[in-house]
Write a protein that binds this ligand. Structure first.
Ligand SMILES: C[S@@+](CC[C@H](N)C(=O)[O-])C[C@H]1O[C@@H](n2cnc3c(N)ncnc32)[C@H](O)[C@@H]1O
Length: 206
């Protein structure tokens, strides 16, 4: 991390950016919510050294081309923004060889999710092939079929280094999920962590 320029998309209270700044990165935490950035200001005052905070929409950021070595996001803008806007935007922002890492939900979680109660079930509740913009009375989120994600990454000059689907162990206790949700997550992937790398320009993802 030392000396790297890092952008967090949808940073909320910017806890990740603050942690990376302690490892020597120069971090920018971006969020469109003034309320979230106020939390981030308070967190930064407690010890985030080189974290800048920027209020902007992750689909259209104010930074010049090739500004960052790493763009990342933990259930932030990559969950709530249109990937057809964010993926090209991140490709623009990264230097050749730069990394794009984000954690979000999985297609299987979204197609089985009972949105009225916000919990995954054992029923297929929506079309896999039609995954894109998912809207209910509470929020809008985005998800794509795996093959469509892969085409989108490749078309924007990324190679996939890894796709991690964390599986909780039998004794894992979550501070966030209910016991039923944890049981579900032991059988099916709830979270996907995509690790991508931007190819030097002119090289194809072939
Ligand atoms: C679930 S919170 C996650 C916050 C943070 N990543 C964390 O791990 O604590 C989602 C964040 O994404 C931000 N967000 C949603 N849409 C955004 C957009 N279009 N541009 C920038 N930030 C956005 C929200 O304001 C919110 O702070």
């Amino acid at each position: 991390m030392r000396g790297k320029s890092v952008l967090e998309l949808g940073c909320g209270a910017a806890r990740w950016s603050i942690a990376l700044s302690r490892l020597g990165a120069r971090c920018v935490g971006l969020d469109q919510s003034g309320g979230q950035l106020r939390h981030a200001l308070r967190e930064r005052a407690r010890g985030g050294r080189a974290v800048s905070l920027v209020r902007a929409n992750a689909e259209q950021t104010p930074f010049p081309n090739a500004s960052f070595d790493l763009v990342f996001c933990d259930w932030g803008a990559m969950t709530f923004c249109d990937p057809y806007r964010t993926v090209p935007e991140v490709a623009r922002l990264l230097r050749p060889g730069g990394r794009f890492v984000f954690a979000t939900s999985t297609p299987i979680f979204v197609i089985t999710d009972d949105r009225r109660h916000d919990r995954p079930t054992r029923k297929l509740r929506r079309s896999y092939f039609d995954l894109y913009r998912i809207e209910d009375s509470r929020e809008v989120e985005f998800q794509l079929p795996y093959g469509v994600w892969i085409d989108l990454f490749r078309n924007n000059g990324f190679v996939i280094d890894r796709l991690i689907e964390p599986r909780p162990g039998p004794r894992t206790r979550s501070k966030y999920l209910t016991a039923a949700e944890s049981r579900w997550s032991r059988q099916w992937p709830r979270e996907a962590i995509w690790q991508l790398r931007k190819l030097p320009s002119g090289r194809s993802a072939g």
